[in-house]
Design a protein around this ligand. Structure first.
Ligand code: HEM
Length: 401
């Protein structure tokens, strides 16, 4: 255990580090990737300049440091990150590398303020925090491996079908190249796709939600084509433009803690914006397969009719439910008089009479959409534990003080 003195030093210096966060983080990544370029196979370097997810890593270290004497308060956030790490192949031996470079950058940025005593305290605290991640991740690796058809890191899958779902979304059906069974997963979970794109020095990774119920002879992901100038769209656009039936990609075992919870019986709402629809399709499909009698409210917001994916599939699935309703709307409809339930953004007024207070709500979509919907649901009296959401990309706000 950490000494009281160490705890005090770490807690009192955490806010200082946080204010220097961006500086420390940029020094940190530059140093780490210079000394360990192989880590660029894991990190999302396509987006290095923006440094969004990189900042998330450092921020979480500071958040953990502030709570170093009560780390259990950040466990839910750690759980989410642990899944992401496992899906990317982060291993125990990586932690000392991150730790070493984090400390070097703290020293460099803080200069004289970083006394030996401060650095030692942080080294100790980092060790404790890292161990929490390592232990959780070890459990997740074991779980992935012991599944029927399971594996630990990445495994080759063959594309057996490629289906266009809208002007921008295309589904890929993936089957293990080794002929082994497809493992089960929880509806809402994602896989990491790892590709080696010609001309790129390092592999690129990207997470995609599985978009059908488990129990099929394939994984299905539904991928949105991005603007060619969007660095984060590299993998998606490569899949769209260069990966065809018969080709192989590397796939992680399913991961993630945003998923349907078995055994729950209260009403459920699945609320999505844009390609945030994909995990909802898996959940909806599962609710149909299990013949649930829960009230299911499926709400989808798309930019317009042309980019509205799975319009028919979702309608068909909802129709098979004992107690399901389907609403969709368009931010900017092409045909303002056409079929849809709302125009513009989803409003509290719209949700008010559709979502009872005991509803379990799952929300997925771009960050502004999420923030909006999460706020509205809270205003409508939905409890925090029943507001479950997944960001696209890194979770920026991970813990409260
Ligand atoms: C992502 C925290 C150690 C590799 C993240 C995220 C957080 C985080 C908060 C963002 C999660 C999200 O996107 O939802 C931490 C903490 C660590 C730690 C607190 C140490 C205690 C490591 C290590 C590695 C690693 C040792 C491997 C060398 C990554 C990668 C991502 C990530 C590759 C995804 C971001 C990207 O694609 O660039 N981590 N992490 N992390 N972490 Fe860690």
């Amino acid at each position: 255990a950490l000494s009281q003195k160490t705890i005090e030093i770490v807690k009192s210096t955490a806010p200082v580090l946080e204010t220097q966060g961006v500086n420390i983080t940029s020094v940190f990544y530059k140093k780490m990737f210079t000394n360990h370029p192989e880590l660029l196979n894991i990190f999302n370097h396509a987006n290095q300049s923006q440094g969004r997810q990189q900042t998330a890593l450092a921020n979480m270290v500071y958040a953990a440091a502030k709570n170093i004497d009560q780390l259990e308060t950040i466990l839910p956030a750690v759980q989410q990150v642990a899944f992401k790490h496992r899906g990317l192949g982060v291993k125990p031996e990586h932690y000392p590398i991150v730790g070493e470079h984090l400390l070097l950058s703290i020293k460099e940025v803080l200069g004289g303020a970083a006394t030996d005593e401060v650095i030692e305290a942080w080294a100790e605290a980092y060790g404790v925090i890292a161990q929490v991640f390592i232990d959780l991740e070890e459990g997740l690796y074991e779980e992935a491996e012991k599944q029927a058809g399971g594996w630990k890191d990445f495994k080759s899958f063959r594309v057996i079908n490629k289906v266009q779902e809208s002007d921008v979304i295309t589904s890929f059906y993936l089957q293990p190249a080794d002929g082994k069974p497809v493992p089960t997963y929880k509806p809402g979970q994602y896989i990491t796709i790892r590709v080696q794109i010609p001309g790129e020095k390092y592999t690129l990774n990207r997470q995609y939600s599985l978009s059908v119920a488990p129990g099929k002879e394939y994984f299905r992901i539904s991928v949105k084509k991005e603007n060619d100038f969007e660095p984060n769209g590299k993998v998606s656009n490569y899949l769209h433009d260069h990966v065809s039936v018969g080709d192989q990609v590397e796939v992680s075992a399913p991961a993630g803690d945003f998923h349907l919870v078995e055994g729950e019986t209260s009403p459920i709402a699945l609320i999505s914006g844009g390609v945030g629809l994909t995990p909802m399709m898996s959940m909806l499909d599962t609710l149909v397969q299990t013949n649930t009698d829960r009230k299911v409210t499926f709400i989808h917001s798309a930019r317009n009719e042309e980019v509205h994916a799975f319009a028919k599939d979702a309608a068909n699935l909802v129709e098979q439910l004992q107690n399901g309703v389907y609403y969709y709307g368009y931010e900017k409809p092409i045909n303002p008089n056409g079929d849809h339930h709302f125009t513009g953004y989803i409003t509290e007024e719209f949700l008010k009479d559709k979502i009872a207070e005991n509803t379990v709500c799952y929300i997925c979509g771009p960050v502004p959409f999420l923030k909006n919907v999460v706020n509205m649901l809270a205003n409508l009296g939905i409890s925090e534990e029943n507001i479950r959401f997944e960001f696209f990309g890194p979770a920026m706000q991970i813990t409260q003080e």
